[in-house]
Design a protein around this ligand. Structure first.
Ligand code: FES
Length: 273
């Protein structure tokens, strides 16, 4: 009898970190994936509750652990949020097409994130920093609704120290926030990059992606070099169940990362246009 591709494998939650008031980052061990690309996702199972897809947010070079940042939204995410360190959950994957790290080599990179959309970009940032000599400038524009909803705040200093040109913004300033206030499109002109040749990767709420794509083109970034990770409901993760089927594309197989030109061909319901 062949191995069941849908069977989750058990892993242990070894660390839970509060990221924002509604999002926690879970560190799982062991890392059962031989390898994964930044931008790929995995299915996590809470036994007796259900299964859901999540972007892997850890470094592809961390062979011991996997990390997922999870916002409390439904039954599976609530059950994971209620789990404790030491508990066992299930994992299967990695799935999907991640960021085009090979095509990005030798080029400058701009990453644009919104809210929890920074999770799959964090995996990419860690990949780029680990291979810094293979890439040009690395800039990140990141926005959240408020300062307390910025993900990975305690890592920003380290990213900057390692050469990331980081620009932050919030929709509504609060507390001692002295940075930019406004949506992420208001800071896209800040990084000083050779726009025509820079590869851009973006992830965030669909409405944010729509306005980011428009603004990037206005600023002179080439459509040829723009990629976005799109959100979709996924169930099997392997192109069988039809839950993520849009037109001729399965988001779980052909995405979640799509090139600008591919997004133009996606039907309503998933296309950011
Ligand atoms: S999640 Fe089942 S076909 Fe994509």
């Amino acid at each position: 009898m062949g191995l069941n591709p849908y069977a989750p494998k058990p892993v242990r939650i070894i660390r839970i970190k509060d990221e924002t008031p509604d999002t926690k980052t879970f560190t799982l061990s062991p890392n059962l994936f031989e390898s994964f690309a930044p931008g790929q996702f995995a299915m996590l199972t809470v036994y007796g509750v259900g299964e859901a897809p999540f972007s892997i947010c850890s470094s592809p070079f961390d062979k011991d652990r996997l990390q997922f940042s999870i916002r409390r939204m439904g039954s599976v995410t609530s059950a994971i949020h209620e789990a404790s360190e030491g508990e066992e959950i299930g994992v299967r994957g990695p799935y999907g097409r991640g960021w085009p790290v090979k095509e990005m080599e030798g080029r400058s990179i701009l990453l644009v994130g919104g809210g929890i959309g920074l999770a799959p970009l964090r995996s990419l940032i860690l990949h780029l920093l680990e291979n810094k000599n293979n890439y040009g400038e690395i800039a990140v524009c990141y926005g959240a609704r408020s300062p307390s909803l910025l993900m990975y705040r305690d890592e920003f200093e380290e990213w900057i120290r390692r050469g990331v040109d980081l620009h932050l913004t919030v929709d509504v300033g609060e507390g001692d926030w002295k940075g930019n206030v406004g949506v992420v499109t208001t800071i896209l002109d800040k990084p000083k990059l050779n726009r025509a040749d820079t590869v851009v990767c973006t992830c965030g709420p669909p409405v944010m992606i729509r306005f980011v794509l428009k603004k990037l083109v206005e600023l002179g970034y080439s459509k040829e070099n723009i990629y976005a990770s799109l959100e979709s409901k996924m169930k099997c993760g392997v192109g069988k169940c039809g839950h993520c089927h849009f037109g001729r594309k399965h988001i779980c197989l052909d995405g979640p990362v799509f090139k600008y030109s591919e997004m133009l061909e996606l039907p309503r319901g998933i296309s950011p246009f």
